[in-house]
Design a protein around this ligand. Structure first.
Ligand code: AGP
Length: 611
């Protein structure tokens, strides 16, 4: 999705803006641009394509003098990706420039009004309306602060805005509604960004803006106002990520680095939450009484986070003996959901900014449900609007395809199940202790699996030329197959589908023909024999099978199947934690063999902040 960076301070702005934008590239974009105020002028450069084009166009920023500026990476929504539609958008008078994330829903009406007043538009975007409206109000009242307020009152929809005006080369304006925006405090310089990764090289002192707030940034400080334009004091957050956490660190891709980081990420997410063999969730405010009286449990999420919810359904139902409904956030929000007081809604999101997930959260909250979120990005919107947050502590995840965030979400959900199950009295002692032992062993077992990466690369070479793949599995293997399939399709562009194996014969098996690649998951011990039957069934129709199973069954599987990956034994409920690692590696190496842009797959964004 789009990214915003802003700088005002004691140095040349353009190189800092370009560097910030480079750190936002991972979010997905198709064009970029910067606007800088200096020497009494507002200079704007924009370019379609990679950021390098913009950097070359400005000689790495050297051509743009000035210590105040805004920058943007655009992910097209209104109008095709080109130089004109790229941000910043400049008003007709050439005085005002705007960068924007989100969608201005009433832009058509505003545009018509401005056209009638003689304004002309260059782009097809909704954002240009903001620049022209600012110009219009500024002309009317001759007070830029008032012009900003009038504009914010007129626009509807979602926005994170960065605004500069050539008449005020010492300050920039920032406003937020339903789109993330944060402020960075430095020494003699201050910053604006839509994502903390753009700023950690410059400052770790961060304030997250809330909906309805307006900020005015100058080199000497930042003033923040609420909806009623009253000054507000905000909590400052210290970001303790290492700068190199957002660098590739010698790996060819962020995705591979993040796959390899999983043992450490799981340790971070779980170690401090297990004390003397018991789960301790000191970050949870729910009382034992509140936990015992939970009615229905919903899990709401999108994409891979939803797939974690699918694993969670099996595991929480087993540990809590309560029914758990897993909902796609985009469906839940419009489904008139039967959710209310006494119900617990578990919201899962890596970014904490996914628009559909946020909207579903608000819907559930409005209806009285309690919200517990599992989130990676500290201080994100979902985290801040939840009654309780369990952070996954995975560190920054840069690759669009999630890996370590998925694993840590699952680990936290399992801990939550144990914690609730203990209080509810629904999880037996043997299962509890086996799970604790299993969770503590996960990092070491993941390291063992990661040692197989060259062998998995070999298998990937054999699979890379297929254009259709079916992932099949039952129970937890089915939940895991959903993630395996998504991982493969998003980065390799191979058509891939996941099916509950039992469903095959209800239609899908008709697609299996000579040479079709089937990735059969057979890690779930209680249903191993059934998994094997399904392998035989698809082989009889000519399928080429790659199987994932546990070490215990590897030999049996290898007797039937040419390609086998084995994972170590663990407690049943933890099998997807291990099983996902080879599936991530397999997708990664298949995409590598096909020459795909692994960290930034086409058409995808890291955090989906539009509907
Ligand atoms: C998975 O690799 C994708 N990046 C995507 O499905 C992602 O999980 C989904 O967009 C949800 O994002 P979130 O966890 O940040 O809410």
């Amino acid at each position: 999705m789009c990214g915003i960076v802003g700088f005002v301070g004691d140095r040349q702005a353009a190189p800092i803006l370009l560097d910030g934008l480079r750190r936002l590239e991972y979010r997905g974009y198709d064009s970029s641009g910067i606007a800088v105020c200096g020497d009494g002028a507002l200079r704007v450069k924009k370019a379609r394509g990679r950021l390098q084009v913009l950097s070359d166009l400005t000689r790495a920023g050297a051509d743009l003098p000035g210590t105040l500026g805004i920058g943007h990476t655009r992910w097209a929504t209104h109008g095709e990706p080109n130089d004109i539609n790229a941000h910043p958008h400049v008003s007709q008078s050439g005085r005002i420039a705007v960068v924007h994330n989100g969608i201005i829903e009433n832009y058509m009406i505003l545009k018509e009004q401005l056209l009638r007043k003689g304004y002309t538009f260059r782009s097809e975007t909704d954002t240009e309306v903001v620049a022209q409206l600012l110009d219009y109000y500024y002309d009317q009242c001759n007070d830029f602060f008032e012009a900003v307020m009038c504009t914010l009152n007129a626009i509807e929809g979602a926005y994170a805005l960065g605004i500069v005006c050539a008449d005020y080369p010492d300050r920039m304006y920032a406003a937020r509604k339903d789109a993330p925006l944060l402020l960075g405090f430095g020494e003699g310089s201050n910053y604006l960004a839509s994502d903390v990764t753009a700023l950690i090289r410059y400052t770790r002192d961060i304030v997250y803006m809330d909906d309805g707030e307006l900020a005015i940034l100058s080199a000497g400080g930042i003033r923040i106002y609420d909806r009623q334009m009253r000054p507000v004091e905000k909590e400052h957050h210290h970001i303790d990520w290492e700068v190199d956490a957002a660098e590739k660190g010698g790996y060819a891709h962020f995705m591979l680095k993040e796959i390899m980081e999983q043992p450490r990420a799981i340790r971070e997410a779980t170690a401090a939450r297990i004390q003397s063999g018991r789960v301790v969730l000191s970050d949870l405010t729910m009382t034992a009484e509140e936990i015992r009286s939970i009615g229905k449990i919903y899990i709401i999420a999108c994409g891979s986070s939803y797939h974690v919810g699918m694993v969670g359904k099996y595991n929480l139902e087993r540990m809590l003996r309560r029914s758990v409904e897993v909902c796609l956030a985009s469906e839940f929000r419009y489904s008139d959901p039967i959710v209310g007081e006494g119900d617990l809604v578990i919201v899962i999101s890596q970014s904490g900014e996914t628009l559909d997930t946020m909207a579903a959260l608000r819907e559930a909250k409005k209806r009285g449900a309690r919200i517990l979120s599992i989130v990676n990005v500290v201080g994100s919107s979902i985290a801040r609007e939840s009654d309780d947050v369990l952070y996954t502590w995975a560190g920054p995840e840069i690759a669009v395809a999630t890996t370590k965030a998925y694993s840590t979400q699952m680990a936290v959900l399992n801990l939550l199940g144990l914690y609730f199950g203990d209080i509810m009295g629904t999880v037996d002692y043997e299962t509890y202790t086996a799970m604790i032992r299993g969770i503590q062993n996960l990092p070491t077992q993941m390291e063992e699996i990661l040692l197989q990466k060259d062998a998995i690369h070999e298998l990937a070479r054999e699979c890379a030329s297929h254009e259709d793949v079916f992932f099949i599995g039952r129970n937890l293997d089915y939940a895991l197959s959903l993630e395996g399939s998504l991982k493969l399709k998003e980065i390799s562009y191979i058509h891939s589908e996941a099916y509950a194996s039992g469903e095959l014969k209800h239609g899908t098996i008709s697609l299996i023909e000579d040479g079709t690649l089937v990735i059969a998951l057979g890690t779930y011990e209680p249903l191993f024999d059934k998994a094997m039957s399904n392998v035989v069934e698809v082989q009889a129709r000519g399928a080429h099978v790659l199987a994932l199973t546990t070490e215990k069954h590897a030999a049996d599987m290898a007797a039937r199947v040419p390609m086998v990956i084995a994972i170590p034994e663990t407690e049943q409920m933890l099998l997807p934690q291990l099983g996902v690692v080879p599936l991530q590696l397999l997708s990664y190496y298949i995409a590598l063999e096909r020459g795909c842009d692994i960290d930034k797959p086409r058409n995808l964004a890291k955090s989906v902040t539009v509907e």
